[in-house]
Design a protein around this ligand. Structure first.
Ligand code: 13P
Length: 253
């Protein structure tokens, strides 16, 4: 028996316009309305937030953003603050996605700053981390995910940690169709849970939600979600089809 709730989150990345967002959500609502044991989150592009928040009103679906800046306000052209997200009705925000690290020069330092800014504003953070292929091939996955967990959470209090979800996303599995085996996913999520135990104690380790992300789909979700240390999924490609995402939510039931 699983002790923790599942969190199934879609990460739409740079996909779907506001009109498409409304259409997607209207189709998706009836498909997941009876889901009771999972939190369902759609992380949408910034400009889709108003349409998404309005479409999910009075449903069991929550809205997330895909990034947040760490300053409260100021001369940071093109950036969005945590308070702006809160006032827009967003409850969750993805921080530290590997695409941000890879294409937008994010480091563990900026990921940590963003995490703390989001938590201070009252957002729930989906903190992404994971090894690249070369690191896995060299047998240093455990070291890499341990270090990322420690650096990205520096200064986050035990109370704030209750609003943190960690998404273990092996970079080699993202958008490649290659999925970590359930055992690989469980092992890495277990390493992260162990580090949380060292940093925050056993209760925190038992309670923290750790998702797997990387080519999760309606075919492989059940096996991955059945693993002891896997408490949900962060889903890219498959979250763009309401039927596929609903099937993943069903797999968690
Ligand atoms: P895919 O599901 O498309 O591999 O993307 C995973 C991901 O990056 C979710 O954040």
């Amino acid at each position: 028996m699983k002790k923790r709730r599942y969190v199934i989150a879609g990460n739409w990345k740079m996909n779907q316009t506001p009109a498409e967002t409304k259409e997607f959500i209207n189709k998706f609502i009836p498909m997941v309305k009876d889901c009771v044991n999972s939190d369902i989150v759609l992380c949408v592009p910034f400009v889709d937030i108003p349409a998404a928040v309005s479409a999910v009103k009075d449903t069991n679906i929550k809205i997330g953003a895909q990034n947040v800046h760490f300053m409260k306000n100021g001369a940071y052209t093109g950036e969005i603050s945590a308070q702006m997200l809160v006032e827009s009705g967003v409850e969750y925000v993805i921080v530290g996605h590997s695409e941000r690290r890879q294409y937008f020069a994010e480091t563990d330092k900026t990921v940590n700053l963003r995490t703390k800014a989001a938590l201070d504003a009252g957002l729930k953070v989906i903190l992404c981390l994971g090894e690249v292929l070369e690191q896995r091939e060299n047998g240093i996955t455990e070291e890499v995910v341990s270090m990322q967990t420690k650096l990205d959470l520096l200064g986050v209090t035990e109370e704030q940690l209750k609003n943190v979800i960690i998404a273990y996303e092996p970079v080699w599995a993202i958008g490649t169709g290659l999925t970590a085996t359930p055992q690989q996913a469980d092992e890495a999520c277990g390493v992260i849970r162990k580090v949380i135990g060292e940093l925050y104690g056993q209760n925190a380790a038992d309670e923290i939600i750790i998702q797997y992300g990387g080519s999760m789909n309606d075919k492989n979700a059940a096996e991955l979600l059945a693993m002891e240390n896997v408490d949900g999924g962060l889903i890219g490609g498959a979250s763009l089809k309401p039927e596929a995402l609903a099937a993943i939510v069903a797999a968690a039931q």
